[in-house]
Design a protein around this ligand. Structure first.
Ligand SMILES: [Zn+2]
Length: 114
């Protein structure tokens, strides 16, 4: 891997951006059953979003694997823009609900900071 002549902060952001690509395209389960909630998921087309994920989205990526892996109606495809605008995927209604609750709790926490 090349080293970037950037400052430490922007270099780590860039690295985080590149690393953010990987989990977005993990293959959905073929039977369409949510591995967390064990219910049938809805087959949908997911928007592909390019660019740097927000801090909240990074935190969400850490949480989603164990709590709401199929709760987002878009995928983060990293910084390198490709032609794909949408990909087939699944949405689980319980994951969507769990994700909304998680985001709401995160926003409550950040609002309560001084
Ligand atoms: Zn689920």
């Amino acid at each position: 891997m090349k080293s970037f002549p950037a400052s430490g902060l922007s270099r780590s952001l860039l690295l985080a951006c590149v690393l953010g690509i990987t989990p977005a395209f993990s293959a959905p389960p073929e039977d369409g059953i949510c591995p967390i909630h064990h219910i049938k998921m809805e087959s949908v087309s997911l928007r592909v979003v390019y660019g740097m994920p927000s801090q909240l989205e990074f935190e969400e990526m850490r949480e989603q694997k164990s709590r709401f892996p199929n709760g987002r109606d878009y995928v983060l495809a990293g910084c390198v823009v490709k032609p794909a605008k949408s990909i087939p995927g699944y949405l689980c209604r319980d994951c969507v609900k769990a994700r909304k609750e998680w985001i709401a709790s995160r926003q409550t926490q950040s609002n309560s900071k001084p």
